[in-house]
Write a protein that binds this ligand. Sequence first.
Ligand code: PGA
Length: 243
Amino acid sequence: MKRIKTKDYVEMSKRACRKVIEAIERSDQPVLGLATGSTPEGLYDCLIEAYKKGHVHFGNVTTFNLDEYIGLSPDDENSYHYYMNEKFFKHVGLPTSQTNVPKGNTGDNKRACEDYEALIRDAGYVDLQILGIGENGHIAFNEPGTPFESRTQVVDLTESTKNANARFFDSIEDVPTKAITMGLKSIMESKEIVLLASGVKKADAMAKLIHGDVSEAFPASILRNHPNVTIIADEDALSKVRD
Ligand code: PGA
């Protein structure tokens, strides 16, 4: 895994933004894998700014998001689909037909998972996947113990993840208990992966990712088996990592 240590969150976001723009420029039909959460917000702001200045175009870009809560419709303010529309898609002229977010409200979750895998395969797989990391080492909603062979599936959220995400809801009781998520194997099929991390609350997870064992007990560790991963993280997030 390559590692880029940045001074702070703003620089992390700018480095990631440059990577995404390069990936878009490299391909006639770029496929981006996108993430939600607080970490990539600065990246999306930077991409929006670049788009407004005419430095990047999204006309031929297809996107796939990692995950979605079960039971929330795309226009529910707490859904990840809504997040993506509000924070990114609508600002860069990305037509709905080119954006994909797992569907957590079809009533047929098994089918929704299979359809999502097929869509990614038909698009030629993800060229550049953006990832955040959970304090417990999850990537997307693949919680500790998720098999490395997992594909897009419905999962129960752990208490740790519900607590971490409760800040977006009125109360913790409102946080959905299940989600649909790309699996670890599906994520590993991306041609290139950029993992972003910022802040001291990610320091333990980053130390484990870089120095710990490759183990299903710490899902992000699977990335050590991928040939093209770049970690872009700020000094605080890397404060427990030995150089
Ligand atoms: P965060 O979430 O970016 O809001 O910290 C990351 C994650 O849980 O994957």
